[in-house]
Design a protein around this ligand. Sequence first.
Ligand code: GRF
Length: 194
Amino acid sequence: MVKLIGPKKIKTAVFISGTGSNLKNLIKFSLKKNSPIEINLIVSNSDGAKGLKYATLYQIKKKIYNFSKKKISEKRTLKDLKSNDIKLICLAGFMKILSKDFIRKFKGNILNIHPSLLPKYKGLNTHQRVIKNREKYSGCTVHLVNSKLDSGKIILQKKVKLSKNETPSSLEKKILKQEHKLYPRAVSKLFANL
Ligand code: GRF
């Protein structure tokens, strides 16, 4: 009997530095039949990243490089991406900035999720700054990565309303919940015409 093999999924690497809740969520999404991606590699800049437990849990290859030696780490990462035939990188809480050279050499798409309504509040400590400025709304953005920080083409955004007594930590939780919905949707949107 001939086995029917479905359309091939896009080989994806997820880069993390910390908790990895977006990573976990992307893995779960990738396991769905209608997901356009499969996750074949997890890259972390720290062996202390909690999210690395998902590599063990879901039996996904992991690589840990200390990006403080950026050139060497990027070179090794590019080699791994190539040998695993990776076509998409999802940055998910990855706290290192990839060089122009890396972005140019990796010929696939690179996505990032940022916890603000870009172009507002690029960079770090977004929730503190949003609250300090008494914004009524904040949110999250999935965007393509280019050589400028948090500046590539926006794929999808989700707005959230701040409550009266919002704190950076309550806002973080509120936005993270939305991030988990937004990232898979943005990935699906990016590959909608395949
Ligand atoms: C998320 O808020 C993401 O937007 C930001 O870093 C956080 C990572 O959270 N870039 P997690 O590691 O996915 O739980």
